[in-house]
Design a protein. Structure first.
Length: 610
């Protein structure tokens, strides 16, 4: 009964209209009367799309990951022979193969027991290779042009419209549309005559259009990506003379603006509380703005642009200027829409630079690859933007950022308007001169064994308190937590020589965690006050790999000294090893400092790094 009540409450928190959209969509698929199952098309004769181009100067830096091989999820390099297209249904991580890839997309479950992870199949079919080949074509490489057309023909021969895993998700079709558009921008060949290009666009948009309601119900990147594809594809079809273009254009522009104002909060936080999904959203809107300028159209209204400016500032505030890295917050599926150079997957400077150039017409980013990045899209930076970084409070998203020079302490707290994907309440990230000393363990995979999945999405993977061996919120589904708590007793102050933040929450079992952080020029002090639990409370600090040594409650490396003190009569302090994932499907081991207590108390952590 308790779990049923939790689910009922969650329905109202998610929004009744969104729940109805999902239920209707699933009933349509289950009982076979969905219009989207009736659409049909043929891709026979898909031929040349682009040609070689020598129009204007060419940026020197490009995406070289597909020169003689390939790259998956921003890190996994695969070997491919010559110009031959890859096996579109091969799992290049396990060498497995997807079962029955010729089924109608609606017959393929999201998570099929005994089969490979569908996301590992999707990755090649997101067409990153098309962008890389287009860049080589722009440099005059005819072999790359032949490769682009050969792989495209192979893809459609093996993925006939609406059959198989690569048509299952409207967002996957949307990413292909957007990367087709990026390739056209790179080659300066948007104005192509109707033909293969026209047919490819029409096939994809007919898949995306009927399921927009389901995408909107997700309250995440699905809605923004699919709206973007409809807008880009619709304007393109209209430009190519198709009467169908206007329908897609109107729908795409409507949802682009509605999603910007609904999913981007006033302080710039995106609905998924994730740095990587925030980048994906920002790149999506940036591409729409670039595309609109190319075709003399305006995709975004004033209110949407205002939210996007704030979203740009949000991401830049977290971006380390020396490395381009950001805290590993929230879920991360390895998505990166615009990999236009060999900048590291975790380097967010190019994406920030593009967004600043578009939405502020100036940028604070000083980085050569970022300049090359926007040059491929024919975007002019517009000038330097002087913007110093300081402490901040984002009350809509639930983030406190304390900054002293090149040190950032970021505390997240529960302020949920949208569903949380990880049990990370009061998680604390600490960055010192570009090094992520206290870190989030990441995501790893959406489709792995239950123990691994529960770890990465659960409280154990975060720098916070675990009470009585359970997560901070009850898990009601693979991507659903229930009983979202609210923060209280919030304090934030910032002065020249110090910054302070504190906040408190109570979990669904009655345990209370109050955390206070004080940042000075040479140290961070964290005071955790714990009560209301039954058996035990465990504090964890996930640490950078720097040769830590634990002795008499003090943990030391060349980076910092960490000292733990507690008011409990007895405590257990240990240095253990747990997993961390910086990239989707990749994990390493890192040191984790733990302090376990069995009675209400205070735990004080002093980190000296000066």
């Amino acid at each position: 009964m308790k779990r049923l009540i939790q689910k009922v409450v969650l329905v109202f928190r998610l929004g009744m209209l969104n729940v109805v959209r999902v239920v209707v969509y699933r009933l349509q698929l289950r009982f076979g009367f969905a219009e989207l199952k009736k659409i049909a098309a043929t891709a026979e004769g898909v031929g040349a799309i682009f040609g070689l181009s020598d129009s204007g100067p060419v940026p020197t830096a490009r995406n070289t990951a597909w020169d003689g091989g390939g790259r998956l999820f921003g890190w996994k390099h695969i070997t491919l022979s010559g110009v031959e297209a890859p096996d579109w249904f091969r799992d290049y991580f396990t060498e497995g193969h997807l079962k029955s890839p010729d089924r109608g997309w609606w017959l393929i479950p999201d998570f099929e027991p005994g089969s490979v992870d569908i996301k590992r199949i999707w990755e090649l079919s997101r067409w990153e290779w098309m962008i890389a080949f287009a860049q080589s074509c722009r440099h005059g490489d005819k072999v790359a042009l032949d490769k682009l057309h050969g792989w495209c023909s192979s893809w459609f021969a093996n993925n006939p419209p609406y059959q198989g895993p690569n048509w299952k998700c409207g967002q996957e079709a949307s990413i292909r549309v957007m990367r087709l558009a990026v390739s056209a921008i790179i080659l300066r060949q948007i104005e192509q005559p109707p033909g293969s290009l026209n047919a490819i666009l029409q096939i994809h948009l007919e898949r995306i259009y009927p399921t927009m309601g389901y995408a909107i119900a997700q309250q995440n990147n699905h809605g923004t990506s699919e709206a973007a594809a409809l807008y880009i594809g619709g304007t393109w079809l209209r430009w190519l003379g198709s009467t169908e273009g206007e329908k897609y254009l109107i729908e795409g522009r409507r949802w682009l603006n509605e999603r910007a104002k609904s999913l981007i909060l006033k302080d710039g936080t995106f609905s998924q509380y994730s740095t990587n999904y925030h980048r994906l959203m920002l790149e999506t809107y940036s591409l729409c703005e670039v595309w609109g300028r190319q075709l003399g159209d305006q995709p975004l209204d004033g209110a949407s642009l205002s939210r996007l400016r704030q979203a740009t500032l949000w991401l830049w505030s977290l971006c380390d200027e020396l490395t381009g890295q950001v805290p590993n917050l929230g879920a991360n599926d390895g998505a990166h829409l615009l990999p236009l150079t060999d900048a590291n997957f975790r380097d967010f400077r190019p994406s920030c630079h593009l967004a600043f150039a578009l939405f502020f017409e100036a940028s604070p980013v000083q980085h050569d690859l970022s300049d090359q990045h926007i040059a491929w899209l024919a975007v002019n930076c517009g000038g330097d933007l002087t913007r110093s970084k300081s402490s901040f409070h984002w009350p809509d998203g639930g983030f406190l950022g304390l900054r002293m020079g090149h040190t950032l302490a970021l505390l997240s707290y529960p302020q949920f308007r949208f569903r949380p994907s990880q049990s990370d309440l009061l998680h604390l990230d600490l960055w010192i001169n570009g090094t992520n000393l206290l870190r989030d363990a990441g995501t790893y995979s959406y489709n792995t064994d239950p123990k691994t999945y529960s770890y990465f999405s659960g409280v154990k993977a975060h720098n916070t308190i675990e009470f009585d061996g359970h997560d901070q919120m009850p898990r009601l589904g693979r991507f659903l937590f229930g009983v979202w708590p609210s923060a209280r007793n919030l304090v934030f102050s910032s002065a020249e020589n110090s910054a302070t933040g504190e906040v408190c929450y109570q979990d669904y079992c009655g345990a209370t965690h109050h955390r206070k952080i004080v940042l000075l020029a040479d140290r961070l002090r964290v005071t955790d006050t714990l009560s209301g639990f039954k058996h035990s409370a465990n504090l964890r600090w996930h640490l950078a790999q720097r040769g830590w040594v634990l002795s008499h409650g003090q943990c030391q490396s060349d980076l910092a000294i960490i000292e733990l003190q507690t008011t409990a009569s007895k405590s257990e302090i240990a240095l253990v090893t747990l997993d961390e994932s910086l990239f989707y499907q990749h994990k390493d081991s890192i040191p984790v400092l733990e302090c376990r207590v069995s009675e209400p108390c205070q735990i004080t952590t002093e980190i000296v790094f000066g």
